[in-house]
Design a protein around this ligand. Structure first.
Ligand SMILES: [Zn+2]
Length: 117
């Protein structure tokens, strides 16, 4: 008896699904690290486009964070935690030079103006 169908049985569970579209490669890698810390395999799609920024539309520079479908639920719980932390400290715009700064920066990365000035 030949079983030619055995490779199809687990396809649904082992397909990559996008669970998050990161704003940039940095954020995608932070999430990848978080997810992998929990023992979930994770990959990033689209980060190669970052090198061509400026020549392609902004929405195409987004980076997809992907996990296997079987781990999707677990990974999304990690994301919810991440987003709660992120929202508690929103990104900010420098009052001096109008540069956009990530929530983890206390000083403008461009002109070093303090966040609270
Ligand atoms: Zn600034």
């Amino acid at each position: 008896m030949q079983n030619t169908n055995n490779t199809n049985e687990t396809v649904g569970s082992f397909q990559w699904v996008t669970i998050y579209k990161a704003e940039n490669t940095l954020e995608a890698n932070i999430l990848k690290g978080l997810i992998q810390t929990s023992g979930i395999e994770c990959q990033i799609k689209g980060e190669m486009l970052q090198g061509a920024m400026g020549e392609i539309p902004f929405d195409q520079t987004q980076v997809s964070v992907q996990v296997y479908a079987i781990k999707e639920r677990h990974a999304r719980q990690i994301l919810v935690n991440y987003q709660q932390v992120k929202q508690s400290a929103p990104d900010w715009v420098c009052p001096n030079c109008n540069e956009h700064n990530g929530s983890t920066f206390d000083f403008c990365w461009s002109c070093e103006t303090s966040k609270n000035d």
